[in-house]
Ligand binder design. Sequence first.
Ligand code: ADP
Length: 423
Amino acid sequence: MTAAPRLGCIADDFTGATDLASQLVSVGMRVVQTIGTPLGPLDADCDAVVVSLKSRTVAPQEAVRLSLQALDWLRREGAERFYFKYCSTFDSTPDGNIGPVADALLDDLGEEFTLAVPSLPANRRTVYNGYLFAGDVLLNESGMQDHPLTPMRDAFLPRVLQPQTRRRVGLLSHHALAKGTAGVRARIAELKREGVGIAVCDTLDHDDLAAIAEGSADLALLTGGSGLGLTVPATFPGFAPRRDAADLDAVGGHALVLAGSCSRATLAQVGHAKARMPAMAVDVDALFAGFEAHVDALVAFATSGVSEGPVLVHASMEPERLQEVQSRYGTGESGETVERALATVARRLVDEGGVRRILVAGGETSGAVVGALGVTSLRIGPTIDPGVPWTQSAGSGAPLALALKSGNFGGPDIMTRAFGMVR
Ligand code: ADP
């Protein structure tokens, strides 16, 4: 018999799910992250499960459908309380998807009230008087106003959220937080009396996150970023942090690094790694001239080096060169082709090259690699860098050690340092 998870989380994207899972592990919960909603029972001992969806930018009805499916599965797994995780920059549009999903989850749980706590003080995402700050500037001055899919042109979250939900939106401000947990409890009671259904919470620091979690411990559903993941676990009655929360089984075998992100951080990491391990760049022209032949060449190169230490295969390129490639082959088409090539390299190196430890740079790239490897869930292990844990795969085949990082995450030496951490 495996113990039921106490906390059931639904995350609107993959790397955000991993980020939340890491926070929960860091305070002593054993956590499993699933890729999508599993078809059957999980059969894993854990305190929390994070279901990672791809629902941030799909149509609102689709986001609602996926989220309710996840909720239904989490309830059947035995979860007592639920967390809807979105980005700390509140990525959404006037149509959703934060409001519609929160509404649907509340309705399905038969609940009337929840909080919205996007803040992540450790990364300097804070909320004051309802205004979200990224570092020293308002959200709408942080670069997020130009985001291609979810441009955030207003930092006042109650105004951002109101058109997305049929519930009344309110504010739990720093005035309540100044009185700690009791202040939060009193303010929630007041907001409920006023007919508010979702309250945006101010948060300046970790103490605020603790007061919010304690003061809302009787709510079945919470919503927010990964920050609250640090303080919610302690509110479960009888919960004792586990010393072995981040322990994974030892995974022997060769190591591979795959980079499909062109973000600034990944470019620097690739530059650092290239000087320290054998590296081969994906040639996009060669891929379009003959996909199989070029993948064969990448596989042959990686196979010849992996017995000596980690090998790097990367598609990452500087923005100007990337634009050239994209105008030649199309952004979507070239991106997908590169993802498929890297995913195929991963699959073949695992099948034929003795690789069992892989670090992948890039959110979409990670999704493609995990798909090609037939991985359906990940046990979350020790943190390499904030938001980037080592994980251990479950699914078809023997377990793999996987580090899946969003392009912008991680220090410059992560591609070499990470492998020193796993047994
Ligand atoms: P990030 O986490 O930085 O957003 P992703 O993996 O999510 O990284 O997205 C990067 C996208 O860029 C992927 O679709 C990837 O295939 C694509 N890409 C990477 N390198 C190239 C390249 N050289 N030419 C075309 N597309 C590329």
